[in-house]
Design a protein around this ligand. Structure first.
Ligand code: ZN
Length: 453
């Protein structure tokens, strides 16, 4: 469904034809993802998965040397730096999203023919999407990392999967079921994340019970909506998935608990970006391991130092996408990198305290509260089903709340107190009780919507 024309044609087709189109697209996409070096590279990754710390370091140093040397010699944006044949990572300046947005083609290696590369658009939710190019082979390799992740849920492509991401499988204002389409090639039931209104959720749950997916994959807050409904209504599911695979959104420990209770299995969260610079995912023991062959992650501390470990703004260097090697790219998230042993046996570094986009903060008189801090303030509210904080102007926020039956006015007082504690007494807070919090136009739910800064 790449162009607007094919999307228009798809949306105007009857449901049966849409299923055929989804499956046809599924056949093509299957070939694009799992052809080429995918299988061989997956074997390579499996072979390296239990490397010790020293082996990982050596492997990464080798990959890094190659990507940096290539970048310095074949990428126009880096050629101008005059770095010679063997540059060090510290020779490269921090890379801003804006620098790429102005001229994405200047970051392409001249070893590649632009017309043979795939162009991905990132940041569909922002006004300024970024063009990122990748070679078909590197994209196939990226799916090897996905399979490595799926292995932890004992899932192979072709096992039944329910997917809840921001694909427009039906017009958002068409509120009649079915809210799902089927990709026969990969036995994947695609569910709309735009139609999760209270009145529609029972139909979703029935369909899941009938389909019995091995895993459910998608935006965590979409899966959470289903989970919350299942728990609140004490619904007994006729299947137990081997895992819930989530990515792309922040969620609270409490929301995780509800998802795990409803589906009686673990949540496995994945962290990555369409810029193809990082891939990290949770292991069986709940630690998020950074894949060393995908990209190198560093942190930018408040004092401007760039460190291999610690807490700060995440800075990523791709080791995978040699057609468009982004180096020391400010990915826009906060997190902590630690080197610690994990019971799973993997020695790769662990990403902790991963906090949403740096930009998604509420600001008042120089004080800031990140999405993660807001999430914590909301977590302890009793009788609140869902919440969202919106800032449209300085000094003022709107908090949307969906109440449960056991909601008490004390919860509102507590929330106001928490927010003022973080952001100062001068902050004007208006609370808006609503029945629904609609998703963004990309199908994701946001806890913090920052429209002003
Ligand atoms: Zn682990």
């Amino acid at each position: 469904m790449k162009s607007h024309l094919s999307e228009k044609l798809y949306l105007s087709s009857p449901v049966w034809l849409q299923n055929v189109l989804v499956s046809t697209y599924g056949v093509l996409e299957h070939k694009r993802r799992y052809g080429g070096p995918h299988k061989e590279y997956l074997e390579h990754l499996l072979n390296n998965v239990m490397f010790d710390e020293r082996q990982i370091e050596e492997l990464q140093a080798e990959l890094l040397e190659k990507i940096l040397s290539d970048a310095a010699q074949t990428v126009p944006a880096y050629q101008t730096l005059g770095l010679g044949k063997s540059p060090q990572l510290s020779d490269f300046p921090l890379l801003e999203r804006e620098s790429i947005a102005i001229n994405p083609e200047s970051f392409l290696s001249n070893r590649y023919d632009k017309d043979k590369l795939l162009c991905l658009y990132t940041g569909g939710s922002s006004a300024n999407p970024l063009k990122v190019y990748i070679s078909p082979a590197a994209r196939q390799k990226s799916y090897s990392f996905w399979q490595l992740f799926y292995d932890r849920m004992n899932f192979k492509v072709g096992d039944r999967k329910a997917t809840l991401v921001g694909r427009k499988i039906q017009e958002p204002d068409n509120d009649s079921p079915p809210f799902w389409r089927y990709n026969l090639r990969d036995r994947q039931q695609l569910f709309s994340s735009y139609h999760l209104a209270e009145g529609n959720i029972a139909a979703y749950v029935d369909k899941l019970n009938n389909f019995k997916p091995k895993i459910i994959e998608g935006y965590p807050l979409s899966i959470y909506r289903l989970a919350d409904y299942i728990v609140q209504n004490s619904i007994k599911l006729s299947f137990t998935p081997t895992g819930l695979s989530t990515s792309s959104e922040n969620f609270t420990p409490q929301q995780r608990k509800i998802m795990e209770t409803a589906f009686n299995c673990n949540v496995f969260d994945q962290y990555g970006s369409a810029e193809s610079v990082v891939f990290a995912s949770e292991c069986e023991h709940g630690n998020m391991h950074i894949e060393p062959e995908y990209g190198l992650l560093e942190v930018l501390k408040n004092n401007g130092d760039i460190c291999a470990e610690g807490y700060g703004e995440l800075i990523a260097t791709t080791l995978l996408n040699d057609a468009m090697p982004l180096i020391r790219y400010r990915i826009g998230d906060l997190g902590e990198i630690i080197q610690s042993s994990c019971s799973c046996g993997r020695a790769s570094k662990i990403l902790k305290e991963l906090h949403g986009k740096v930009g998604a903060v509420v600001i008042n008189e120089g004080r800031q509260a990140s999405t993660a801090a807001i999430a914590i303030a909301f977590e302890y509210l009793e009788g609140v089903k869902n919440a969202q904080i919106i800032q449209n102007e300085p000094g003022r926020v709107i908090v949307k709340l969906i109440k449960r039956e056991n909601f008490s006015p004390k919860s509102e007082d507590f929330m106001v107190w928490e927010l003022k504690k973080m952001l100062g007494d001068s902050l004007c807070i208006s609370v808006d009780y609503v029945d629904e919090i609609p998703p963004e136009h990309n199908g994701k739910y946001k806890m913090v919507v920052q429209n002003y800064y």
